[in-house]
Ligand binder design. Structure first.
Ligand code: GAP
Length: 520
């Protein structure tokens, strides 16, 4: 069968479709929607929660289960407030903000400049597409990018803007950030006005209070990253787990940031979930481990088969207050390449700061060197919601079939799909529903499966395509005779006749994390 990919070629249309599909099929809802919602806060529906759990499990399996020297942790969201003084978040966890005096809208100054660069990048992509068309099979993209005068000019412009931005932010030179916005003639995307205020810093942490009475209440913060829960438990885990360096502690959990640019659906949220791992290492070995984890994390992404061309590394020009090297794994979202995961070499900054503020040693005795030291830390940090958006937006396709009908299909990596199979009796009589139910009852011990007997079978297939179910198992009259069913593949739509007794093995081969993670 031949498919033609259609529609959604325009990234903006595609993104709109992603948002509406996520709602229509029970993946993502606006929080408190009946009260008109809360900006940049979202709820996951019955299918979304399964997809999100499967992404979390896939990460946990790769990071914890498959590494004998990495263990898990589940630290509380509330932490002693001194944690955030020590970590630098009270003083340095800021975004540079700028207001437009005419529209009264507030923006992140660095994002306005980055968006400007993204537009230049789109021009490069246009040049590439034009040349591809002109040269056909003989086209060499790398050569074109490194020799075409116009492209080189665009790239030079991007590099020099980002370099200047990085330098200004590093030196807290907010006047220069504003100057750059003015020089580039960046206008308010909402109103087109260029009437800007000065750039100011704004702390992103949410404050709250702990205690029964107002006088005695303690000021707390909702954690802006899960990492600090790992740092303050470093010795607890190292001692009770008898861990030897190098070793890692991993955790997944909620984090909160009062984001100013809260748009792009679940890309930038005020309440979100992180999956972080701190790898404790001997000082001086950080360069080696930095490369190791960059490589390992990219391989994890690639194992999901979402296209090598959709990932790239971005090395940070401006380093966070705790890092001596940092890179993002960027993914091609419908709105362009953006950060999906960070790999940070955090030195001994966090543990040393906690030693200082808590007055307690956070050191490791190295029996090989016969001495104590504060370990260095290599961190991998990925947003679960952002990963959800990467997977969901990459998987949503519209296809024109041979018979000229269109189908919307969510081609999720099968290991992440909410349901692995749908069991469908062809008709609601002749004992077929009973057989379908008994297949369901058996398979549900091993997989999340779903039963559907409503409407014609073709419509049921489409419903399962739309939520990404990799297999449909149809029970028909032949099943009564010889205990076989049809197994329909979501991606190829090919149906084959298989024995009921083979179903578990056939599905498992396609969906087991073992087979997917082996590609890492
Ligand atoms: N512990 C290091 C840390 O938190 P980060 O680069 O600020 O580093 C790590 O965040 C990851 O968390 C990002 O790569 C992104 O995937 C996710 N993330 C950060 N802010 C987010 C937000 N407001 N909404 C959704 N995901 C976010």
């Amino acid at each position: 069968m031949v498919f033609y990919f259609c529609g959604m070629n325009n990234p903006e249309d595609h993104f709109k479709k992603v948002i509406s599909h996520a709602k229509e099929y029970g993946f993502v809802f606006q929080s408190s929607e009946i009260y008109d919602g809360l900006s940049a806060v979202y709820d996951y529906g019955q299918n979304g929660v399964e997809l999100k759990k499967n992404i979390r499990d896939y990460w946990w399996k790769a990071m914890v289960q498959m590494n004998r020297n990495i263990v898990g942790l589940d630290a509380a969201i509330f932490m002693h407030p001194t944690t955030w003084k020590a970590s630098g978040h009270v003083d340095a966890f800021n975004d540079p903000l700028i207001d437009n005096k005419d529209s009264k809208k507030r923006y992140r100054a660095d994002v306005l400049i980055e968006d400007y660069c993204a537009k230049i990048e789109q021009k490069i992509e246009k040049e590439v597409k034009k040349a591809q068309k002109r040269f056909g099979d003989a086209f060499n993209k790398d050569e074109f990018l490194s020799t075409n005068g116009r492209v080189l000019g665009y790239q030079q412009k991007i590099d020099s803007i980002l370099k200047r931005l990085g330098k200004s932010l590093e030196h807290e030179d907010l006047a220069d950030v504003k100057a750059l916005i003015e020089e580039l003639e960046i206008a308010d995307p909402a109103s087109g006005s260029r009437n800007w205020t000065d750039v100011k810093q704004f702390n992103l942490m949410f404050g709250t209070k702990l205690g029964a009475s107002a006088e005695n209440a303690m000021d707390l913060y909702l954690r802006p990253e899960t990492a600090q829960g790992i740092f303050v438990n470093f010795l607890n885990v190292q001692k009770t787990g008898r861990m030897k360096i190098p070793f890692g502690i991993a955790q997944t959990g909620k984090a909160f940031r009062n984001e100013i640019v809260a748009r792009q659906f679940i890309f930038r949220m005020r309440e979100f979930e992180q999956m972080e791992m701190q790898f404790f290492i001997k000082p001086g070995t950080q360069a080696k481990w930095y490369e190791h984890w960059k490589d390992a994390r990219l391989k994890w992404h690639l194992s999901l088969g979402m296209g090598q061309e959709n990932y790239r590394f971005h090395d940070h020009e401006k380093l966070a207050h705790y890092a001596d090297a940092a890179a993002d794994i960027e993914f091609k979202f419908p709105f362009g390449f953006k950060e999906l995961e960070g790999i940070h070499s955090r030195t001994d900054f966090d543990l040393s700061q906690h030693e200082l503020h808590a007055g307690k040693k956070l050191q490791f005795f190295d029996p090989e060197d016969n001495k104590n030291y504060v370990p260095y830390v290599l961190e991998t940090s990925i947003g679960l919601d952002r990963m959800f958006l990467a997977v969901f937006s990459n998987s949503l396709k519209e296809e024109i079939l041979d018979n000229n009908t269109t189908r919307t299909v969510l081609k999720l990596p099968a290991v992440l799909a909410p349901y692995k199979a749908a069991i469908l009796p062809l008709v609601k009589k002749d004992g077929l529903p009973e057989i379908a139910q008994s297949i369901l009852k058996d398979l549900q011990w091993d997989f999340n499966v779903i039963y559907d007997e409503k409407d014609a079978v073709g419509r049921r297939y489409r419903r399962q395509d739309a939520i990404g179910t990799p297999f449909c198992i149809t029970v028909d009259h032949q099943t009564l005779d010889n205990q076989t069913v049809t197994l329909r593949s979501r991606d190829t739509m090919i149906q084959e006749r298989v024995a009921v007794s083979d179903l578990k093995h056939l599905i498992d081969t396609h969906v087991s994390a073992r087979n997917w993670l082996k590609k890492c």
